[in-house]
Design a protein around this ligand. Structure first.
Ligand SMILES: NC(=O)C1=CN([C@@H]2O[C@H](COP(=O)(O)OP(=O)(O)OC[C@H]3O[C@@H](n4cnc5c(N)ncnc54)[C@H](OP(=O)(O)O)[C@@H]3O)[C@@H](O)[C@H]2O)C=CC1
Length: 431
């Protein structure tokens, strides 16, 4: 370590604040100096990218990914501390949704050969604001933030990510970056689906009977807690070995879908106001019969054919086909039993995350981190994701906390000093 770095380190420590290191601009202590806008200092960053769609082998680590920049006055640049993985990341790595995402990224791309690669995956971020556009009003550099990165934007498996102010929220103070990164994407999805499609909200959910299928995964573990915080009665389907987890998060009733006919068991229960389906497939067949008829009850599924249709049929035909499927199911169900059939989707919503942040800091929502991996092991994190049977979330530590880094440096430099003092004493003794 350079002596100037050591000097900074001890001055900062003596001043009682290791963060003073970064403010003092002791870039020599760190791999990079993040205390100024990086857009002026560097043009490359570390990231995991894909250059083509494929299996895990398509993931490539590079230190030469293009730095994002603030290209509109409402954008915020974030230094990523932690990211987490969602099933969508593995699907997108394989090309799922490629046509629609490409159009959303760049509407002119359908008429050109411009490639979307290299593409950075990762939908959740917890980090620190580095730079803000001139019209950003809610954030300033240094703020700790969290966000769900829309799938059409470059993701969070990178040192930096740029989002619009509307997509970003202040991170809950009570959570570490690793814990915080486990929440935004599942929270944004659950909120969008439950509120916009399910018609539930803080003021209307009390005593509503809600069934969540797939309660042990990322969306499920968050939704149980959100609905309990809103006063709903929550029934969950999951495997037998996840019962303790979902009950611990507040589920009132749990049905083990691996032990016999799940539909039969659910049919013995009182009917539901909302079924929130994170499993799809057969669930749809029996879920309609579980809802209270002619009472405005809603079935909301996250497992929709929209992106599969646009991938296989093209944008126009795929969208029309998906729209036809949705409308025919919706009409059939509302006419036959007065229940509403709806699709739920992720939607970016920073203000909704502000509300989640308050619930987290009030102790009403806990992060459920099942596994965490260092940034060097992103392919292993994908392997874990693809094994399925999630019990909460898989998180990637993109950067270590500056305090921890500085403390480690302080400790190692103290060690170096102690070792050199010992050497001096030994040399003196020999002389
Ligand atoms: N439309 C949209 O915008 C979005 C859609 N999604 C989709 O929602 C679904 C859930 O997402 P997420 O929670 O992140 O996924 P996870 O992989 O985190 O969780 C899925 C959970 O479901 C459990 N499970 C599997 N089969 C069943 C079953 N038959 N009955 C009950 N539980 C089951 C799994 O555990 P085990 O196998 O051990 O039982 C696992 O705990 C995914 O299909 C995802 O793609 C998610 C986000 C946005």
């Amino acid at each position: 370590m350079a002596s100037t770095g050591l000097l900074c380190l001890f001055n900062a420590k003596a001043a009682g604040s290791v963060k003073a290191l970064a403010r003092a601009g002791c870039s020599v202590c760190f791999r990079r100096n993040f205390s100024s806008s990086p857009s002026r200092l560097q043009s490359c960053m570390s990231a995991w990218v894909i250059d083509q769609y494929g299996t895990n082998g398509a993931l490539r680590y590079t230190e030469e990914a293009t730095m994002p920049s603030i290209s509109s006055p409402t954008e915020v640049m974030i230094k990523v501390y932690a990211a987490s993985l969602n099933p969508l990341d593995a699907s997108m790595r394989g090309g799922y949704g490629a046509k629609l995402m490409r159009l959303r990224r760049d509407p002119l791309s359908v008429m050109s050969d411009d490639s979307e690669f290299p593409l950075i995956l990762g939908r959740d971020v917890s980090g620190v604001v580095l730079d803000c556009g001139s019209e950003v009003t809610h954030f300033t550099p240094g703020d700790e933030v969290w966000a769900a990165v829309p799938p059409w934007k470059q993701g969070s498996l990178a040192e930096f990510v740029t989002l619009t102010e509307y997509e970003v929220s202040h991170k809950p103070k009570s959570l570490s970056h690793i814990e915080a990164a486990s929440i935004p994407y599942v929270a944004s999805t659950a909120l969008s689906a439950l509120v916009n499609a399910g018609g539930l909200c803080r003021d209307s959910a009390a005593n509503k009977r809600v069934l969540i299928t797939g309660g042990s995964g990322g969306v499920g573990t968050f939704s149980i807690q959100l609905l309990k915080a809103w006063g709903a009665h929550v029934t969950v389907t999951c495997s037998q070995n996840a019962e303790g987890l979902v009950r611990g998060l507040g589920a009132d009733e749990v049905v083990d879908y691996t032990a016999g006919d799940v539909a039969e068991k659910l049919e013995t229960m009182d009917k539901f106001d909302v079924v929130f389906d994170g499993v799809g497939g057969d669930t749809e067949q029996y879920a309609m019969g579980l809802l209270k008829p002619w009472s405005g009850a809603k079935y909301v599924t996250l497992v929709t054919p929209l992106l599969l249709n646009t991938d296989s049929m093209g944008l126009l035909d795929g969208t029309l086909h998906a729209g036809f499927t949705l409308h025919s199911k919706a009409i059939q169900n509302v006419l036959s039993s007065g229940v509403f059939y709806r699709w739920g989707f992720y939607a970016p919503d920073g203000p909704a995350l502000d509300e989640v942040s308050r619930l987290v800091d009030a102790g009403k929502i806990l992060p459920v981190v099942e596994a965490q991996f260092p940034f060097t092991q992103v392919p292993q994190a994908f392997q874990k994701l693809e094994q399925g049977h999630a019990r909460g979330k898989t998180v990637v530590r993109v950067a270590e906390d500056d305090d921890e880094q500085a403390d480690e440096l302080v400790q190692s430099s103290c060690l170096e000093t102690a070792e050199s003092e010992q050497e001096v004493q030994e040399t003196a003794k020999q002389n």
